[in-house]
Design a protein around this ligand. Structure first.
Ligand code: ZN
Length: 352
């Protein structure tokens, strides 16, 4: 009999709640995660002491490593440490950087990884890629999905507000990415994965109309779930396509031309709003802009300290950041003067 379903990779455990870090020991004693108890824990520099004090009583035997920064070097060095002592599993506790470094280090050491997220700035918690800094810039490295995912809302409440709000921008940009994928399907015959689309879209739709924001546990729970679903949609698709379109091309171009301008999620949100503006999808652009404003996220270039001209330069460079990906930007093939005019129109329409 033919196989009438496809098997999907998924983490063994996913929990979003307060106090998750304090109960990490119980998760790790689950025999599916660690059988002999040789556990390594990687923490960032910022909140490493606090995290260590919470987990030390539960994980007496575990060795704690400090992750210096979000670089490839830090990941390679952690990977070497993990290999030396034959750990069974490594737990990465922290924000995006620490989790990405731990993901890559675990893949180098050939051991599974548990992700414990303490903020919600982007959909890398569960994605099959690690975004790391190297001498020439920033790169995306393919890694296995985490074995288990925990999000500790106590930590998220204490994380810098802007980093938590940023996650909203990254989730909302899924809607633009899916439109781009569908465009690629229609215009170029690119295969599209309906299941990956539905997960990525559902994640964004669950969030975009909510009236509450990051002070509410209910909102943070949906935000965390949406970010995890986005990550899983990319695993299922086998690429970042369901959560990264012209919006993320603009983001990467801003990062290249004007490093340090803003964070990933904030730029993804602006990129998505601008792409819907280019598509002349009035309903969606209004909905996305309203959502960004409700969560105090930037909407126009001036909100992130860029001039219209600088933003237009980034839009012009954007297609080159992801060769081969067909989005509204590649579709329109605008000349510089046209980009300049459209950015001007966008700022006039949505600048405050
Ligand atoms: Zn993203």
């Amino acid at each position: 009999m033919p196989l009438l379903a496809r098997m999907l990779p998924a983490p063994l455990t996913m929990e979003v709640r307060r106090g998750a870090v304090a109960e990490l020991g119980a998760l790790l004693s689950d025999s599916r995660v660690a059988t002999s108890g040789r556990v390594a824990v990687a923490v960032g520099r910022g909140q490493g002491d606090h995290i260590e004090s919470l987990i030390a009583p539960q994980l007496g035997e575990a060795e704690v490593f400090r992750v210096a920064d979000g670089s490839v070097d830090a990941a390679v060095s952690l990977g070497a440490d993990l290999r030396k002592a034959a750990y069974e599993v490594v737990v990465g506790v922290g924000g995006g950087k620490t989790i990405d470094v731990t993901k890559y280090a675990a893949s180098l050491a050939g051991i599974p990884m548990v992700a414990v997220a303490t903020n919600l700035s982007h959909d890398g918690i569960c994605s099959p890629t690690a975004s790391l800094v190297y001498e020439g810039g920033k790169g995306s490295f393919g890694v296995p999905m985490p074995l288990a995912i925990l999000v500790d809302l106590d930590f998220v409440h204490n994380a810098p507000e802007s980093l938590v709000r940023a996650g909203v921008g990254d989730v909302v940009s899924n809607l633009s990415a899916i439109d781009d994928w569908q465009l690629g399907n229609v215009e170029r015959g690119e295969p599209i994965d309906g299941l990956a689309c539905s997960m990525s879209r559902t994640a964004a739709e669950a969030l975009i109309g909510r009236g509450d924001s990051i002070e509410s546990d209910a909102f943070l729970t949906v935000l965390a779930e949406s970010l995890i679903l986005s990550g899983m949609s990319m695993v299922i698709a086998g690429s970042s396509r369901p959560a990264s379109g012209g919006d993320h091309e603009i983001l990467h171009a801003v990062d290249q031309l004007f490093p340090g301008t803003s964070n990933h999620g904030e730029l993804a949100g602006i990129g998505a709003a601008f792409c819907f503006f280019l598509r002349e999808d009035e309903a969606r652009v209004t909905q996305v802009v309203d959502c960004l404003r409700r969560h105090k996220l930037p909407v126009v270039p001036a909100d992130i300290g860029l001039t219209g001209q600088q933003f237009a330069e980034a839009v012009a460079l954007a297609p080159a950041t992801r060769p081969g990906r067909y989005t509204i930007l590649e579709h329109l093939r605008m000349q510089d003067s046209e980009i300049h005019d459209r950015v001007g129109d966008y700022v006039r329409a949505f600048g405050s």
